[in-house]
Design a protein around this ligand. Structure first.
Ligand SMILES: Cc1cc2nc3c(=O)[nH]c(=O)nc-3n(C[C@H](O)[C@H](O)[C@H](O)COP(=O)(O)OP(=O)(O)OC[C@H]3O[C@@H](n4cnc5c(N)ncnc54)[C@H](O)[C@@H]3O)c2cc1C
Ligand code: SF4
Length: 454
């Protein structure tokens, strides 16, 4: 079965086209030839998976596209999605030596996309061959980038790797959260299909929980049935402010709304449109910027981002905020919602905000209303530390993040490894992939009786 064929085509996200389309072969070669193939290349150091960037680019320049993709996958098995979702502006591209000379940096992400997509396109001969079966079995909990990378590298070493995903579709936030103009859900699922071809087994609709039951498997059973467990369960539900009027129609959690926009068919109840709507997004991080841009691109009449501090304090990337401004998103800085205003029928009509001082604290008596039809809350997500508690010996820190050894991702339980957002508190896809890969290497070393390395 193909996961990519699970989704209907009339999803709202499909109205948002790709912002950085794939290079043609001529464009890729021309860009690759600009690379200086630096010794001690800063772009490699800036990549959390340390892809040998100059080598893969040189292979594109010499026409060895499959070899280029192999170089990428050695370090990052989710090279297809990372090419499209990585914030390259602050990672590899941002560190390219060309920036120092005021010249355009090498478009590393777009070159990576060209090589990986060409080499894994349907009909291409297999690029990577798994080793013969070893008899070792690993359970990977959560079907996001962390677990998929871990399972993929284990499968290539000949170990059985089974991914347990509680949702109906795998891919984690690559499928449910990434802005569609970077990666659509069906493209994330096509990458998962490719990993399945490498030997990864995926069980969807199965939640790892305290007890066994329908749609559930217990942590105890996984520990008994498998030689090791890796978990990358991401973060929990959207946080709320707890102010009057927040509960009710029109106020949505940002990640819940994005998931609906990306996955749900619009056929059942007609086109769900934002055209003409006024949207308030609460928050100043990357999720807030994403949801604001998505609403603006989907035709909202007015999109206001309400943030309690100043523009310089925002945790969202400056390049993403610049993109949002170009799409007519307006920033209402130094403002904090104090109530959601509703009419007699309960419909949302405005967000009431208080002006804030330099430290983000509300100033008494200085309140005003921003009219809106929809308010999206993007002020963070809960931690899923409950999953960690299912495994003996796995600790969490004061912020609810799972505690692991940085090099191997091993928890306090020698058989249990963890990575991704549930460990780092919420970073990027590429960080989850690096964790999954490092854990797989450590497990492989355990199974081979060797020393583990990160
Ligand atoms: C809106 C949004 C946009 C983002 N955009 C970008 C971007 O453009 N670029 C980028 O690099 N990063 C982006 N990120 C961050 C990135 O998506 C995450 O860092 C990355 O997906 C983390 O991977 P993960 O495997 O740790 O967790 P996730 O991707 O969250 O996957 C965890 C999976 O575990 C499953 N799960 C949870 N509990 C259980 C259980 N008990 N049993 C079974 N399954 C379970 C979940 O259903 C989920 O599928 C974005 C994040 C958000 C919220
Ligand atoms: S820093 Fe820039 S020029 Fe140098 S190897 Fe990396 S991409 Fe090429």
């Amino acid at each position: 079965m193909s996961f990519a064929s699970l989704l209907s085509e009339d999803r709202l996200e499909n109205e948002l086209p790709d912002k950085k389309p794939r290079y043609t072969e001529a464009e890729a070669r021309a860009e690759a030839e600009r690379c200086l193939y630096c010794v001690d290349a800063p772009c490699i150091k800036a990549c959390p998976t340390e892809i040998d960037i100059p080598t893969f680019i040189q292979k594109i320049a010499t026409g060895n596209v499959r070899g280029s993709a192999r170089t990428i996958f050695e370090q990052n098995l989710l090279g297809v999605s990372c090419a499209r979702v990585c914030p390259v502006e602050v990672l590899c591209v941002g560190s390219c030596v060309y920036n120092g000379w005021g010249r355009d940096p090498i478009q590393i992400g777009r070159l990576q996309r060209f090589a990986t997509e060409a080499a894994t396109a349907p009909g291409q001969p297999p690029l990577l061959t798994p080793k013969p079966k070893t008899g070792k079995k690993v359970a990977c909990v959560g079907g996001g980038p962390g677990s998929l990378a871990c399972a993929g590298y284990l499968a290539l070493e000949g170990h059985t790797a089974v991914v347990f995903e509680k949702r109906g579709a795998p891919g984690g936030l690559n499928t449910t959260g990434i802005a569609p103009y970077k990666l659509h859900a069906h493209e994330s699922l096509a990458e998962v299909d490719w990993l399945v071809e490498l030997g990864v087994e995926i069980k969807t609709g199965v939640e790892v929980a305290a007890d066994d039951g329908p749609g559930k498997v217990s942590a105890k059973k996984l520990l008994a049935d498998y030689d090791a467990v890796f978990f990358a369960v991401g973060l929990g539900t959207d946080s709320s402010l707890g102010v009057p009027g927040e509960e009710g129609p029109g106020v949505v959690g940002a990640t819940a709304w994005i998931e609906q926009m990306k996955l749900e068919s619009t056929r059942a109840d007609g086109k769900k449109t934002l055209a003409g709507k006024r949207v308030v997004v609460v928050g100043g991080g990357n999720t807030a910027i994403d949801v604001a841009r998505e609403c603006a691109l989907l035709g909202a009449r007015d999109v206001a981002m309400v943030y309690r501090r100043g523009p310089a304090d925002m945790s969202g990337y400056a390049h993403e905020m610049e993109g949002a401004r170009c799409e007519s998103v307006r920033l209402v800085a130094h403002a904090q919602p104090v109530a959601f205003v509703r009419d007699a029928a309960g419909a949302l009509t405005a967000v009431r905000v208080a002006e804030t001082d330099a430290s983000g604290k509300p100033i008494a008596g200085k309140e005003y209303e921003i009219p809106c039809d929809v308010a999206a809350m993007a002020i963070g997500q809960a931690k899923l530390s409950g999953v960690a508690a299912l495994f003996d010996g796995v600790a969490t820190d004061a912020k609810g993040r799972v505690v692991v050894d940085a090099a191997t991702c091993r928890t306090g339980n020698p058989k249990v490894f963890a990575g991704g957002d549930c460990v780092n508190g919420g970073k990027e896809v590429v960080n989850a992939v690096a964790d999954g890969r490092n854990a797989a290497r450590a497990m492989h070393a355990d199974f081979s009786g060797g020393a583990s390395h990160g």
